[in-house]
Each structure stands twice: as structure tokens, then as C-alpha cells.
Write a protein that binds this ligand. Sequence first.
Ligand code: ADP
Length: 261
Amino acid sequence: MSRTSTPLAHDVVRFDAVRKVYGRSTNTVTALDDLSIGLERATFTAVMGPSGSGKSTFLQCAAGLDRPTSGTVRLDGADLSTLGERALTRLRRERIGFVFQAFNLLPALSVLENVTLPLRLAGRRPKKAEVDEVIERVGLAARRTSRPGELSGGQQQRVAIARALITRPAVIFGDEPTGALDSRTAREVLVLLREAVQGAEQTVVMVTHDPVAAAHADRVLFLSDGRIAGALDRPTVEAVAERMTRLGARADERVARGDAR
Ligand code: ADP
């Protein structure tokens, strides 16, 4: 069985006994249920699970966008519960990159301006060589003055990846980053994320429902009812799809029994 909870210093994301309960008194939902997991630096992890299994909550807590009800979340060594809002914002800006399904680019800004925005928000002056390197890495050197509206979906997502890479974050979180892309373009985006892990020693954590996307990861974590329901190392599309079918069937049985959460 693969490692799911042994504490190790090189875990860049670490959850210990994390619970997240939404709502109050009689009307509560346990989104994360005593979850302990470590994600090693320079690895690519996909997080999967049926709808409502806690994937978004996991990502939100890992990125310091939401606070757990109890337990500790560490990111790049920092215990997020000890940080105030200001320190959390700074940590998110400097140590975390985000890539979303909907790209979330600013339409009025050029590719170059979108990519360098996180640096400028942090009060840092973009260094030309660094910016050029990142824009070249995602294959958009010829499009640096274009606006997002002039680019294809795949190109827009590559801008978003460059924007996530520019601060050299410890972790890049992806929320269905290939959800809006056709399969060929999705593959290009996944290859870029994989290169970030291999070349720049970054860590990628990606929520996806697509077994093909998940098979690009080093490891797939399966969530069910807010718990880790298993993990697959060096996943294949078939193995991921098979696990998801089983988890989905279990979730359907619970709905039929009337104890869905
Ligand atoms: P997933 O991303 O796997 O679909 P979520 O993390 O979004 O799962 O949700 C896990 C559970 O927590 C679900 O039952 C969901 O309805 C509930 N939940 C998520 N966010 C909230 C919220 N803000 N308020 C109340 N319940 C929530």
C-alpha cells in the first residue's frame, strides 16, 4: 500500500487530521473527515473522487483559501493555522500558483501583463530574462502583446500556467485545468505541468474528473466522503477509470440508501 500519512520533511503539502465541517448544529456537512496526507516536493498529484467527495475543499484548505475546522495544514513548511490573513495572502502570492478551468485572465491586459501581474502585485519588478524564459517555456514568445481574447483556449491556459510559474511557487494548484480544453490541447497543458515538476522542481496538485488527465500525474489520490479512499502510483488511464467507476458506484449506493451527504 502506498504511503498516505507518514510525516516527512520533504512534504510540501501536509494535512494532519484535517476536518472541515460546514454549517452549524443540526445541519452540518463533513467535507473533510480526519484527513492526513503528505504530498512530496517535485511530484505531480491528481485528486479525484465523486462529486461532493471533498476535492474542492481539499484544494481550498491546502491553498489557505479556507480554514479547516480542526487539524493542521502545512504548506512549504508553514503551519497555515498560525498565519493571519495578511501573511496568508502573502504566502498565496509568493508560494502558490493557481491554474483554473476558466483561465481567469484579465481581458484588457496583454499576455506579458497577465503573466507579470503576480510579480507586480507583490511589488516586485519583473526581470526581463525571467519573464522571457517563462513565456518561451509555454510557447508564447510570439504572442506576448496579444490580448487573451485573441488566443485559443489552449493558448490562454498556457498564459495562465506562465502566470502561475512566474513567482517560482512551491506548489501549483490546478482546479480542472484541462476541463475546458479539447484532448490535444489538454495534453499540451498537462505536458507543461509535468515539465514544471521535472525541470523546475515544482509541485503540482490538480483536481480533475478526467482519467486521461489524471494519468499524467505521478500519483492519483481518490477521495470519498472526505477521506482518502486510495491512491494509485504511476497511474494508467484504465486503472484510474476503473477506480472511479467503483467509487461512483459506492456513492450511488449511498444515495439509493438515502444517506448521501
Ligand atoms: P467536490 O469538490 O468533490 O465536489 P466539495 O469539496 O465541493 O466536493 O464538497 C464536499 C461537501 O461539502 C459536499 O457535500 C458539499 O455540498 C459540501 N460543501 C462544500 N462547500 C460548502 C459550503 N460552503 N457550505 C456548505 N457545504 C459545503
